[in-house]
Design a protein around this ligand. Structure first.
Ligand code: OXD
Ligand code: MN
Length: 594
């Protein structure tokens, strides 16, 4: 076939691939009845027009242009401030495929329920079509999606959080496949709110919320719930993990992927600034991602990771010059804030910052009797490119090689500052048995301890038993798997105060991990994993009491026995599908403890 004919054929095929998208947009418009349909190209002009529109209708308020140029405040409906796990469903043909870790509905029922809500819901509104790519546009690890929404707030946020617009549409045209996400803010009525996933169809329907995790469908819905399903089928992993590069004084960079539940400091760790003594010695930290990690084995057997996101949707409260100066620099311009408080001179404000608030997150004159000035789950949305520590490898289409995987949760007692898993199977058990206290990132009680395997409890799009089997399956001939660690920044003393200073000082823990990866230091074997030998862990210059230092590294066999019994029951709750290897590993540890 001559080249001219083949390119005509390719064009025809590309057009027919786009026909699938066009048909879906037309069907959706017929169902939702918008006044207008706008295809988003991701351009500056489009962004400016949407900002102007929202400023006019009052859904975005301009912030102080001298201190926060081109930045905005959005105040959401007070009943719509967090993810809604109880209203989030995975709709698979077989209930068992979704597993006890998900709320389930049969796909036909899910579609019926959602289509009733969507019918006519965009009357008087514009339907926006957002083609987007999760991951660097030229990366073989990246995947595309299209979100249809009636929310301009979603469009401007998606522009920062994904590679959105013309380039994504071109990739969709070439590949033909994309994740379909349909979203409407509806009436923002919590009784008419559902976030439904149809992994077998690679589609999402979300109604009744404008909150990031429920409405920016590229993020949790696509990049975790749907992607975890795709990843299982295609042999990779979609994880709730930050990715950070640690450069040692010899100039070598190790990339670490770390899973922590929502609002447990992933952004802070991803943007860590080394303590002065480390900086002087030449340590550097490079941010690749702060929330989601897609990784797959490369030709050399190592796991290679990309950050599918292009921006940060970070928790504002607690972000300060002490905890995260890089984030503060990042959000000093071109940022959208949601549900933060305001100072007298119209600067964004939240607990942890200096100064005083004048208006709270609902726009009322600040009164401590009404609770915190900023909502505890108030957020900033910002492009990752604004981050001073943004890694030069962050956009590498091949991803970065992962040297260590870290799991961690909020554990006020028992769990030491750090330990290492003996091998991959043990590492998977350590991840599977992760526990943490709940936070304000989801509606419901805060501070309740729950099991949150791999920090994926709210995000795994299929049965955890199959997910653990998938993880175990990465151990195969030729694999060069990362070492696995567990950390706990949140250990408290008898006085209820945190024992570990955290933030920049966490580099000391990462240093120990890297030394372990490089085989430079030994470790002390315990039944539950490898603990640092005191001599190998740098505590120099830290104002840590001897008791705190002792307790942070202590091993309490009796309490661990109780923990392992609980973990055994938890794993058993997933029934027959649970990989025996994981339960055997837990029983083995228990037998050593007994
Ligand atoms: C997030 C979350 O927004 O985990 O990243 O809730
Ligand atoms: Mn998250």
């Amino acid at each position: 076939m001559n080249a001219a004919i083949s390119s005509v054929d390719e064009n025809k095929t590309a057009r027919s691939r786009l026909a699938r998208l066009n048909d879906w947009v037309a069907q959706t418009a017929a169902l939702t009845r918008p006044d207008a349909v706008q295809w988003c190209d991701g351009s500056d002009a489009e962004y400016a027009a949407l900002l102007e529109l929202m400023q006019k209708d009052g859904s975005l308020l301009p912030l102080n242009p001298d201190t926060h140029p081109r930045s905005w405040l959005h105040r959401s409906d007070p009943r719509d401030v967090a993810r809604v796990e109880h209203l989030t469903f995975v709709c698979t043909s077989e209930k068992d495929a979704a597993g006890p870790n998900n709320h389930w509905m049969a796909p036909a029922d899910g579609h019926r329920k959602m289509d009733e809500l969507f019918a006519g819901c965009m009357r008087g509104r514009t339907l926006y079509v957002i083609p987007y790519c999760m991951g660097p546009i030229d990366s073989p690890l990246a995947r595309c999606g299209v979100e249809i929404t009636d929310s301009p707030y979603v469009v401007v946020n998606m522009r920062m959080m994904t590679r959105m617009g013309a380039a994504a549409l071109t990739r969709i045209e070439t590949e033909g496949s994309f994740v379909k996400g349909l979203h409407s803010t509806g009436e923002l009525d919590p009784d008419r709110r559902f976030i439904m996933h149809f992994p077998e169809e690679l589609s999402i329907k979300s109604y009744g919320s404008g909150y990031g995790g429920n409405a920016l469908l590229g993020k949790k819905c696509h990049a975790l719930r749907i992607a975890s399903w795709q990843a299982r089928q295609e042999g990779w992993l979609a994880e709730h993990m930050l990715i950070v590069g640690i450069e040692n004084p010899r100039g070598e960079t190790h990339y670490i992927a770390a899973a922590f539940p929502s609002a447990c400091g992933k952004t802070n760790l991803a943007m860590l600034i080394p303590p002065e003594s480390y900086r002087d010695a030449g340590w550097k930290v490079w941010t690749v991602g702060d929330d989601i990690c897609w990784m797959r084995p490369g030709a050399d057997g190592r796991l290679y990771a990309i950050n599918p996101e292009a921006g940060f949707f970070g928790v504002a409260p607690g972000t300060s010059a002490n905890s995260n100066p890089n984030a503060l620099a990042c959000i000093s311009h071109d940022t959208i804030f949601t549900n933060v408080a305001l100072t007298q001179d119209n600067q964004p404000w939240w607990e942890g910052l200096e100064g005083t608030p004048a208006l709270d997150w609902q726009g009322r004159a600040y009164d401590p009797a009404n609770g915190p000035a900023a909502h505890p789950n108030s957020r900033f949305t910002v492009s990752a490119r604004q981050c001073p520590s943004y890694s030069p490898r962050a956009e590498d289409p091949q991803g970065v090689p992962i040297s260590a995987i870290v799991f961690g949760g909020r554990r006020p007692s028992l769990v030491p500052l750090v330990f290492e898993a003996r091998d991959w199977t043990h590492g998977v058990l350590v991840g599977a048995s992760m526990g943490s206290e709940t936070t304000a990132a989801a509606t419901g009680a805060v501070g309740v301890m729950r099991r949150d395997p791999m920090a994926m409890k709210p995000f795994c799009g299929y049965n955890f038993a199959d997910y653990f089997t998938h993880w175990l399956g990465f151990e195969k001939p030729g694999a060069q798997l990362p070492k696995v660690f567990h950390v706990n920044w949140f250990r408290k003393g008898a006085d209820g105060q945190f024992l570990w200073p955290g933030f920049g000082e966490n580099l000391r823990v990462l240093e120990w991990m890297i030394e372990r990866v490089e085989g430079r230091v030994g470790a002390e074997e315990t039944a539950v994993g490898r603990f640092p030998a005191k001599a190998d862990f740098n505590l120099e210059g830290l104002a840590l009491s001897a008791e705190a230092a002792e307790e942070l590294f202590a091993f309490h066999p009796g309490e661990w026995k109780a923990e392992l019994l609980e973990i055994g029951d938890y794993l058993a709750s997933y029934g027959d599908g649970m990989p025996p290897r994981l339960q055997q590993e837990a029983s083995h540890i228990l037998s050593i403890l007994e």
